[in-house]
Design a protein around this ligand. Structure first.
Ligand SMILES: Cc1cc2nc3c(=O)[nH]c(=O)nc-3n(C[C@H](O)[C@H](O)[C@H](O)COP(=O)(O)OP(=O)(O)OC[C@H]3O[C@@H](n4cnc5c(N)ncnc54)[C@H](O)[C@@H]3O)c2cc1C
Length: 199
């Protein structure tokens, strides 16, 4: 259930079939709010392209995310024109090792979302969104105090696109390895989790 996001429940495209018990649509807002890197997938000239990017996301507007880059960027040009887009954001929480090869795994929180993108051209809106984006990555930094705010010419050479999120799902794996002997300290081998600091 996603009652507060305005994003409708998953269709078959976003239904998690492999380990459906790990589906976590209710975590999507939190994952997008704390993630750092978005992998942005598009179709260009009939072929898939996936590019890593920083992004902006604000839980107050959960159905939108923002991407930015040079106005010369091939990707940004493509995204400026009502392009269908698929974005994945992953936070890795741990490396999971098992006594059985097949049960080695990772602990993670991830979102895959589908939407359409459009360019944001209004200078005031761009200024505000870039300011919010800096504060998302660098909490406590203040424009005009800690750094010079962007002059109009910088805004002019930086493209900003808004992705309207139409559909998503979250998936979360947590906990110990699940191999058949992983709970047995006397069994051969070793098993456990190497915690990562939410990278
Ligand atoms: C963590 C991270 C955050 C980033 N954040 C941003 C951002 O917010 N905005 C932004 O504009 N750019 C960002 N970049 C750079 C981004 O990945 C692209 O390189 C850049 O946007 C140019 O895209 P393009 O389609 O114009 O590239 P082009 O130079 O036209 O791409 C041509 C080809 O180069 C290769 N390529 C492009 N980028 C990469 C890459 N990163 N790694 C390996 N091969 C690549 C691919 O094969 C691609 O098909 C980020 C990169 C990383 C790793």
């Amino acid at each position: 259930m996603q009652p507060t996001t305005g994003i409708p429940p998953s269709t078959s495209r976003t239904t998690i079939r492999n380990h459906p018990e790990r589906a976590a649509p209710e975590e999507a807002v939190s994952i997008l709010s704390s993630g750092l890197v978005a992998h942005v997938g598009t179709i260009e000239d009939g072929a898939p392209v996936v590019i890593p990017m920083s992004y902006h996301y604000d839980s107050a507007h959960p159905d939108r995310m923002y991407l930015h880059g040079s106005i010369r960027s091939r990707l940004l040009k493509h995204l400026s024109d009502d392009a269908p887009v698929c974005v994945s954001v992953t936070i890795t929480d741990g490396l999971v090792y098992s006594r059985k090869a097949m049960n080695h795994s990772m602990n993670y929180r991830s979102v895959v979302l589908f939407g359409h993108s459009r360019e944001v051209t209004d200078e005031t809106e761009k200024f505000q969104l870039f300011d919010q984006m800096v504060r998302r990555y660098f909490p406590g930094r203040t424009g005009g105090e800690d750094y010079h705010e962007p002059p109009p010419q910088d805004l002019g050479v930086t493209a900003l696109v808004e992705v309207t999120i139409e559909e998503w799902n979250g998936k979360v794996r947590s906990g110990s390895p699940t191999g058949p002997e992983d709970d047995d300290p006397h069994a051969q081998g070793s098993a456990g989790v190497i915690d990562l600091p939410g990278t």
